[in-house]
Write a protein that binds this ligand. Structure first.
Ligand code: UDP
Ligand code: MG
Length: 322
């Protein structure tokens, strides 16, 4: 069986089109399919529309989260509840076209454990495109593991990988595309043209995007912390050298930049030095704070999401599994 996990947050406008395009494509997957819509606390008609689909179609299930937990948490909830031998993750706004799925599944059948999509020709605005572009390159530069450039969450995961994500990687702050790379196994990227949204506004606000970017970076590298050490070292060593030079200038009475040390109040040097050091210290206190905050969140071990209700249309039968 193949599971398709689709996080949905206020997508009432796109759902009908998504549903009809999905239903047209599913037969081409040549396997039994289940669709899991994860309702991430939608406040529009999304839930009732999806409940309608459940009534008319047994292969649809809706996982209603108790509030908006965010895209990554919604995906995680879907993965936990998917039963398929392969699990597809895709967005609900048709930016990931369902028509690509047969070729993804084809690769999975060939033996790849992770088939991820590489986004080409994005349809977002210039600013967002540039931000994405740079983010993936920075992440690649600093991250300890190789996370493919421009790959989003759109992918097929083999059961093996889903089990690893569900059971072996319990961390709370989730950057799914990074964890997916971390898991390893046989991975392949497929290029696809990322479409514009079918309807409605992006549900990722800039605030959410920045949070995602920071989770990606702080979750996969300690480099910012190391930078504190390196720049601390650099500032300390250079101050030592500068200090020695000034001391010598004082005692042997030679000029620096044409003036004698004892004649100058030295305000500029002190002010610039002070501001510079203050800036660096504040910056790295912020970095420390980012890591500490993340440790705090992980330590609290709060659930990543809360499932309020599972809406499904199963014939009552004796369960064999449990
Ligand atoms: N989404 C979600 N919870 C959120 C934000 C988004 O479940 O808090 C869903 C949304 O409904 C969509 C997918 O995640 O199916 C991607 O969201 P969006 O299109 O806003 O992201 P973008 O395409 O801008 O990256
Ligand atoms: Mg989108």
């Amino acid at each position: 069986m193949i599971s398709i996990v689709i996080p949905i947050y206020n997508e009432a406008e796109t759902l009908p089109l998504l549903y009809s395009r999905l239903m047209t494509v599913l037969p081409a997957l040549q396997d039994k399919c289940e669709v899991i819509f994860v309702d991430d606390g939608s406040s529009d008609q999304s839930l009732s529309i999806m409940s309608g689909y459940v009534r008319e179609n047994e292969s649809i299930r809706v996982l209603k989260l108790s509030r908006n937990f965010g895209h990554q948490a919604a995906i995680t909830a879907g993965l936990k509840n998917a039963a398929g031998d392969a699990v597809i993750i895709m967005d609900g706004d048709l930016q990931d076209p369902p028509e690509e799925l047969p070729q993804f599944i084809e690769k999975w059948r060939e033996g790849f454990d992770v088939v991820y999509a590489i986004r080409e020709k994005r349809k977002e605005g210039v600013l967002k495109r540039m931000a994405y572009h740079n983010f993936y390159r920075i992440l690649d530069l600093v991250s300890d593991i190789k996370i493919p450039l421009d790959s989003g969450d759109f992918c097929v995961l083999d059961r093996k990988v889903v089990n690893v994500l569900n059971n072996e990687l319990p961390e709370n702050i989730r950057f799914v595309r990074g964890l997916r790379s971390y898991a390893g196994f046989k991975q392949i990227g497929i290029r696809y043209e990322r479409h514009g949204r079918a309807a409605g506004e992006a549900k990722y606000t800039y605030k959410k995007l920045i949070k995602l970017a920071l989770d990606g970076i702080f979750g996969f590298t300690l480099l910012p912390l190391k930078m504190a050490t390196y720049s601390g070292l650099f500032v300390a060593v250079s101050s030592l050298i500068i200090g020695l030079v000034f001391l010598m200038a004082r005692f042997f009475n030679f000029p620096i930049f044409g003036t004698h040390v004892q004649d100058v109040p030295g305000f500029t040097t002190l002010a610039v030095g002070g501001f510079f050091l203050g800036g660096i210290i504040l910056l790295f206190m912020g970095v420390l704070g980012e890591y500490m905050g993340r440790i705090y969140i992980e330590v609290k071990q709060r659930p990543l999401y809360i499932v309020e209700q599972v809406i499904e249309n199963r014939q009552p039968s004796i369960s064999v599994n449990n």
